[in-house]
Design a protein around this ligand. Sequence first.
Ligand SMILES: [Zn+2]
Ligand SMILES: [Zn+2]
Length: 514
Amino acid sequence: MSGCLKHLKTLFKDARIIDGTGAPEYYGDVLLSEGVIVAVEQNIAATSAGEIINAAGLTLAPGFIDVHSHSDLSILAAPEAFGKISQGVTTEIIGNCGLSPFPLTDLNRGHLQELWGHYQIDLTWNSCSGYLREVERRQPAVNIFPLVGHNTLRAAVIGYDTPRPATTSELAAMQQLLAASIADGAIGLSFGLPYVPGKFADQNELAMLRMALPGRDHPCSFHLRSEGNSLENALAEAFNSAKQSNQHKVHISHLKTSGEANWHKLDRVFGLIKQAQQCDGLCVTADRYPYVESMTQLSMILPEPYCDLDDSSLDRQLRDNHHFEAVVAALAQLLPGRWENIRLVSGAPHRQTLFGKTFDHIAAITGQPPHLTCAEILRESTLSARAAFHGMSEANMKQIIQAPFTVCGSDESALPAHYSFGRGHPRGFGSFPRFIRGLSESGMSLEQIIYKLTGQSAAIFNLPRRGTIKPGNWADLVLFEPDIFLDQADFKSPHQPAVGINQVWVNGKHLYSL
Ligand SMILES: [Zn+2]
Ligand SMILES: [Zn+2]
């Protein structure tokens, strides 16, 4: 028996250890057995292990936690999670921005099947446990912890085409499905309030849903209703719904001040967050990807009434010439300068040569006005048409990632090196090295930076036995070289892996080497 256990043990020798708590670095050995860290000491005898990793000259940290992932379906289609593990990520929080792959009913299954059609996975499950069984069956490289997405939850009960707050009985049905998902293993709730159908909810609906969560400590992520012109009101809505429900956690997704006219609001935003923490007793945190271009559905640029349609309905409407002409006319009203800030990331396959280019560049190539090409791209494939929007301030981004309440969230799916499942934003392959580099340049210690990526993230999302290197914790570890850890991905080649990661271990299993 002891011989067998000895064979399973792995020993990291002479590592520079940054343990994820924020404590000063130290040099030592770490012993793993059966997926768990069993000893962290100055000198562990080599005879106690079956496998020895010479970690001299390398830094050993807890695996990074991506608190804002959209790997809901990509983790089933490409469980090796290449884009994430290659930058040292060992755990992902999915179900963000109101969009989760459960609960499914006849009212939302078809829509989500269409949205995620390119992954070629049949959405055969109904519940969170059914989904998690599918995840487990594929043995993904990274740990997956899901949030319940409000948009999916709402659509499961009243569909996508219900532009009004939910009724009492509808709320009760949503609360029941939410509670069942939490009982199944979901760790919290997420909102995506600019999107259909979450945008139809009022503050009371948000609060009533949070009241269905047992205890008062469940994480709740908010993609705020506005990230620019009405940012302060949107923050107030998130804080007030938490107070109304007596839940104390408010996690703001991809915190930003969107649009140049709103860049000056950052001090005010920080002030409101501080006030909510100090006066209201809320635990306010945020995530951010270290880029100044966001990415979402191209359809998000459309004005009313088209912005109130889900993408499947819009797709159908655009096949009708009357609606298509109306969309062309609406897009023609956008300010001319806007097009140089919108970059096409994906669309119908025959548009491939335009991917990664801004619409003013595309206009020069196609010789037709950008609004017309944009409308055509939407008509060809509303669901796959995605764009990056340049509307954020670099200086604000730096201040946001430095804030003590901010952790790293890529806002991207774990994607393979190829583009069969669509092209991602470079953040899917480069967020973590960029986050570390940006903070190092600001003078923050590596211990503090690693804490943000690991121990702090695990604490915000209540992930037990993850995020720090200590005996008894799961052996999620990254062995890397911080000085050369660098992102390689850009909009031209968004799936380039980072350099500087030496090896990654998840639950004691060696899963990646450069
Ligand atoms: Zn979002
Ligand atoms: Zn997101």
